[in-house]
Design a protein around this ligand. Structure first.
Ligand code: GLC
Length: 528
């Protein structure tokens, strides 16, 4: 029997940008509740909501100051309880974000920890003496620029922060901190949350000896400054498997919950997070489509590699977009976005869809005085900023697109094309990206070959990707033209009885004997 998180589709909601219900220009929990009908009709199975906890918002909620409450911007605990019940009434699942690597510097745990060297919670965070020259203890870098160590004059030590100084890293080797963090999981599981997406889970255990990271010989000025070193000792250290097991043990106290890890690693390293006896994370996120050049041969190789290194019994998954990466339609072009959606929804494994990608949303244009992301503020101009992919969801053609009232300034600007690219206008256009995505999701839901069948690659000429998904006698061929040129695909067998089911284009191509002509940027699913 497959689990819901295996056959289902996960939909990521960036809550600040989904739906504002109280007219403050920021999305909130009641706003999500209002849109559950939309999500249900879209056909997804689970929503994952980025952090909604109390937070000073130095990193837009990824700096949590209380793990078991709701930030007033997003609503109240009563709103959360109502949302959870409504999600379940819609036959959907609810996944929350768990941020275990760091807290906010305003979390009471950190306030205590930094208050004195002998505070009982001192060791809940990672404090070190200066190097002999008085500088930081080692060369570890913050992902958001500069040293990962912040000097604390009052207690004469440095504390570690893998991200902003406002996000001190906690010490998972301390049993009390561990128990406090695991209690957070239990708190939400008891309330009925169906699972967690675990923020930078692969960074939670650092080298116990605090060794320097090796320099990166390929780094050049103009590249992400954090990449000046190779992160040998700050992520994916061997004892990460223990961390995964701690979480899994708690998860297994409850029925049918899921743990999804945010892991940005190549396939052979990422699969270790399933655990040696599949006792780790259920779904270590596979981000490789986010970083692989959009080239059929390279993507073919990626799929083969991933399928080959997956441990026996481990369930695959694929991700095309999230709140940290430029939108897929901007990365590969709007014409290829449909092909990408077809790829995501027909590969073997759980797909995660980022809100707005079902409309083919592009990155928004953010003027310098509109920048919100702390990363862009600290390292401007390198394209690292994440505001463009976080712009509000366009629901209608009205001013502010139904995201917030017309006379309110949203926290980030709506996309310039929101009057044309929005849910209402796409809903009534049979050729829209939204209607295409809905059809694709529907087809995936009703076709066992697509939601739990095997994967087998098929021969294809340059620029094309072809594969078979099969469950028993049911088989589907997926044929993707990943170029802007017309292509012809030779059917692997003489195509008696082969019917075209779905294509990215509005008209269906004609099968001529044993060949299938594809237009530029076209993808086709064939029933075999
Ligand atoms: C993850 C989040 C990102 C955040 C970072 C620090 O990568 O997805 O948005 O800035 O962790 O918590």
């Amino acid at each position: 029997m497959n689990k819901w998180w295996q056959t289902g589709i996960v939909y990521q909601i960036y809550p600040r940008s989904f739906q504002d219900s109280n007219g403050d220009g920021v999305g909130d929990l009641p706003g999500i509740e209002q849109r559950l009908g939309y999500l249900h009709d879209l056909g997804i199975d689970a929503i994952w909501i980025s952090p909604i906890y109390p937070s000073p918002m130095a990193d837009f909620g990824y700096d949590v100051s209380n793990y078991t409450d709701i930030h007033p911007l997003f609503g109240t605990m009563a709103d959360m309880d109502r949302l959870m019940a409504a999600v379940h009434d819609h036959n959907l699942k609810l996944i929350l974000d768990f941020v275990p690597n760091h807290t906010s510097n305003e979390h009471p745990w950190f306030l205590e920890s930094r208050s004195s060297r002998d505070n009982p919670r001192r060791d809940w965070y990672i404090w070190r003496d200066p190097a002999p020259d008085g500088g930081p203890p080692n060369n570890w870098l913050s992902r958001f620029d500069g040293s990962a160590w912040e000097w604390d004059a009052q207690t004469g030590q440095y504390y570690l922060h893998s991200f902003l100084a406002e996000q001190p890293d906690v010490n998972w080797r301390n049993p009390e901190l561990r128990a406090a963090m695991l209690a957070v999981l239990r708190f939400w599981f008891e309330k009925g949350v169906d699972g967690f997406r675990i923020d930078v889970s692969y960074r939670t255990m650092k080298d116990a000896q605090f060794r320097d990271n090796p320099p990166n010989p390929n780094w050049r000025p103009g590249m992400d400054p954090a990449k000046q070193v190779i992160e040998t000792y700050t992520r994916n250290t061997p004892d990460i498997e223990q961390f995964n097991r701690w979480l899994r043990e708690v998860c297994d106290e409850y029925d049918d919950r899921v743990l999804i890890g945010e892991i940005n690693l190549p396939p052979h390293e990422l699969v270790l997070h399933y655990g040696r006896s599949l006792d780790g994370l259920h779904l270590p996120f596979n981000f490789n489509l986010l970083f692989t050049p959009w080239d059929a041969a390279i993507i073919h190789q990626l799929i083969e590699t991933y399928e080959n290194v997956l441990p026996e019994g481990a369930w695959p998954n694929w991700v095309l977009g999230n709140h940290d990466q430029h939108r897929i339609a901007s990365r590969i072009g709007p014409d290829q976005a449909r092909v990408a959606m077809m790829l995501l929804l027909t590969l073997r494994g759980t797909p995660t869809l980022y809100n707005g990608d079902e409309l083919g949303m592009l990155d928004g244009d953010i003027a310098p005085d509109q920048v919100q992301d702390p990363w862009e503020k600290r390292v401007p101009g390198l394209g690292l900023g994440r505001d463009p992919e976080r712009t509000p969801m366009p629901w209608t053609a009205a001013p502010n697109a139904g995201f917030c009232p017309p006379d309110v300034t949203p926290w980030l600007p709506l996309n310039a094309d929101a009057a044309a690219v929005n849910v209402a206008s796409q809903r009534t256009n049979p050729d829209s990206m939204l209607v295409f995505t809905e059809k694709l999701i529907q087809l995936r839901r009703e076709t066992a070959a697509l939601h739990h069948g095997t994967y087998q690659s098929l021969p294809a000429p340059n620029g094309m990707l072809a594969y078979e998904r099969r469950h028993g006698h049911q088989a589907r061929w997926i044929v993707l033209n990943m170029t802007g040129e017309p292509k012809t695909w030779a059917l692997p067998e003489r195509g008696g009885g082969t019917a075209v089911l779905l294509t990215t284009a509005s008209t269906v191509p004609t099968l001529t004997g044993d060949s299938l002509p594809l237009r530029p940027n076209e993808g086709v699913i064939l029933s075999v």
